[in-house]
Design a protein around this ligand. Structure first.
Ligand SMILES: O=C(O)CCC(=O)C(=O)O
Length: 192
């Protein structure tokens, strides 16, 4: 990323065998849910499935919905620890996204909720079909940066990247295979 924040890309974070095995296990075993969004006052299905895992108390609000995490599975905990070793920080939760094919997507947003704190490090692990990932500056949407997130790759977003940039996974008509993305985060404990 050119300025105001950093995005580091590790193309082969997991080997092909590791990522194939992780994809199969996560797809079969995570508690995938159909998130609902409210757009212009109407409930609509989000164009992807999601599952939220983490430490007890690491729930937070996302897209207007409260998420309470399920307990870490052994595989998610093992991936979290490997990602944390590279990122140089710890993570207490992970949002898993399942894009069934190129019709699924994730709209422009920044992971800038208050519970994520200032200058959060977000670690994003991709498994399965390669998908485009785009950034645009919040203060000048014409300035964009494009990346291709390959199977087994890791992106680390840190510094002011969530404050200054938005990101999206656009729809892609030619993608017919599924992709799983894990975004590891640290969420501040919710005040009751
Ligand atoms: O699927 C991706 O690579 C990005 C996911 C994402 O932006 C998010 O979960 O906030």
């Amino acid at each position: 990323m050119p300025r105001d924040g950093e995005a580091l890309y590790v193309a082969r974070f997991l080997s092909e065998d590791e990522s194939r095995a992780a994809f199969a296990e996560l797809r079969a075993s995570l508690a995938w849910e159909q998130p609902r969004l409210v757009l212009f006052g109407r409930p609509v299905d989000a164009p992807r499935l999601e599952a939220w895992y983490g430490d007890a108390g690491a729930g937070y609000r996302y897209s207007g919905l409260a998420h309470d995490p399920l307990p870490w599975t052994p595989l998610l905990a093992a991936l979290r620890d490997r990602v944390a070793a590279v990122a140089g920080c710890t993570f207490n939760s992970v949002l898993a996204n399942l894009y069934r094919d190129g019709r699924d997507s994730n709209g422009w947003h920044a992971d800038d909720e208050r519970e994520l704190g200032r200058e959060p490090t977000i670690a994003s692990l991709s498994l399965g079909a390669p998908r485009r990932f785009r950034f645009r500056r919040k203060d000048d949407r014409r300035e964009t940066v494009d990346a291709l997130l390959l199977d087994g790759s890791l992106v680390l977003m840190r510094g002011r990247s969530q404050e200054c940039w938005q990101h999206t996974v656009p729809k892609e008509r030619d993608v017919h295979a599924p992709r799983i993305n894990l975004t590891f985060r640290t969420v501040a404990a919710r005040k009751i």
